[in-house]
Ligand binder design. Structure first.
Ligand code: NAP
Length: 342
């Protein structure tokens, strides 16, 4: 039986795939967007087959969701995903935390809601991989307004959600998805901050090959994890979502092998000396980028995804396949030159 599902942030990169998969399975979707009249942003949603209705909601409004939450389940994806902002409290923390709490209050006010799925992030799990194997028991305790403020916003929002559940004991349960860096095809021309890393590499914005390693996961698998988190009775707690690691050197090798040359860096600063040099140079970067570099250079994330595979049934697409699809999609939208051999 199809459910009626409220999805916040319907214009987003991940939400587009979530809504596509919900509609394909026969669910009815109420999608919240900041401006339903913004044709450039909502056009792709209106073109989808299925029962979709768009409503206006801003995370910073007093009570943006209650009027739309007479639904069976809620998927709360809306949250600003921006690495470098002017005012981290205003631009990241306030919308992330207020929006999450507003959504939980909206769910509490609508007894029909049985489950809320919150899109958190690996950012709420760690902001500085330290070689230990990360599990759902780990929490980011290091981020602040000055250090990785996006990570801070995701940590505070998820903490606020679990605190709400403990204090209020509402009639619905909460399941949280914690994806790593999300790759894959986009429904729109907008470039999400994650695939943008690879656009920037090809545009020559990285001076050298750095000792950065990302955990990657495909947007289609992240979307499937949201649906399973909503549908499966056994889903509970948090779920790390990641397919595998890729270092910057490996990503560059893959891009070259696939025929994407662009202005990929050649100078190798991924060794010990280069990493020390880049940590110093990070202080010349905008605050959000500088703190990211200092907390990630030379660090390789390790993690255990058995919980998402077991409970949600996710079989992750290999990271390399996902990156290939991402590159082809970025070329399709004109963000990077098409592969020479493509
Ligand atoms: P996205 O494409 O930038 O989407 C973010 C969405 O949030 C957009 O729909 C945006 O609406 C909405 N939003 C932002 N500020 C808002 C506000 N004040 N009021 C209402 N809506 C607002 O990012 P995404 O990657 O799909 O992110 C979706 C969720 O996944 C976020 O919670 C993000 O933290 C999380 N996540 C993303 C990644 C990743 O690698 N992409 C990894 C882990 C977790 P507008 O279109 O109006 O701006």
């Amino acid at each position: 039986m199809g459910k009626t599902v409220l999805v916040s942030g319907a214009t987003g990169f991940i939400a587009g795939h979530v809504i596509e998969q919900l509609l394909a399975k026969g669910h009815s979707v109420v999608g919240t967007v900041r401006d339903p009249g913004d044709v450039a942003k909502v056009g792709f949603l209106c073109a989808m087959q299925g029962d979709l209705r768009l409503v206006a909601a801003n995370l910073l409004d007093a009570d943006p969701f209650t009027a739309h939450a007479d639904v069976d389940a809620i998927l709360h994806l809306a949250s600003p995903y921006i690495v470098n902002v002017k005012d981290p409290q205003r631009d990241l923390v306030d919308p992330a935390v207020q929006g999450t709490l507003s959504m939980l209050r909206a769910a509490r006010a609508n007894p029909r809601v049985k489950r809320v799925v919150l899109t958190s992030s690996v950012a709420a799990v760690t902001d500085e991989p330290d070689g230990r194997v990360l599990t759902e028991a780990d929490w980011n305790s290091k981020s602040s307004l000055a250090r990785n403020p996006y990570y801070y916003s995701k940590t505070l929002a998820e903490r606020a959600a679990w605190d709400f559940m403990a204090a209020e004991q509402p009639g619905f349960d909460l399941v949280v998805i914690n994806p790593f860096l999300v790759m894959g095809p986009s429904h729109t021309r907008a470039v999400n901050a994650s695939p943008e890393v690879f656009v920037n590499m090809l545009k020559g914005q990285y001076p050298a090959v750095l000792a950065l390693t990302w955990g990657l996961v495909d947007v289609r698998d992240v979307a499937a994890a949201h649906l399973a988190a909503m549908e499966r009775p056994q889903a509970a707690g948090r779920y790390l979502c990641v397919a595998g690691n890729m270092s910057m050197a490996e990503a560059i090798a893959l891009m070259r092998a696939e025929g994407y040359a662009g202005k990929l860096p050649k100078l190798d600063l991924s060794g010990g000396f280069g990493t020390a040099l880049m940590k110093l140079a990070s202080y010349t970067q905008p605050a959000g980028i500088g703190s990211y570099l200092r907390s990630h250079l030379g660090r390789v994330p390790q993690y255990d995804t058995s919980k998402s595979q077991r409970d949600l049934g996710i079989r992750y697409r290999p990271a390399a396949d996902s990156l290939r699809d991402t590159l082809a999609d970025l070329a399709r939208w004109g963000h990077i030159a098409a592969a020479a051999r493509g």
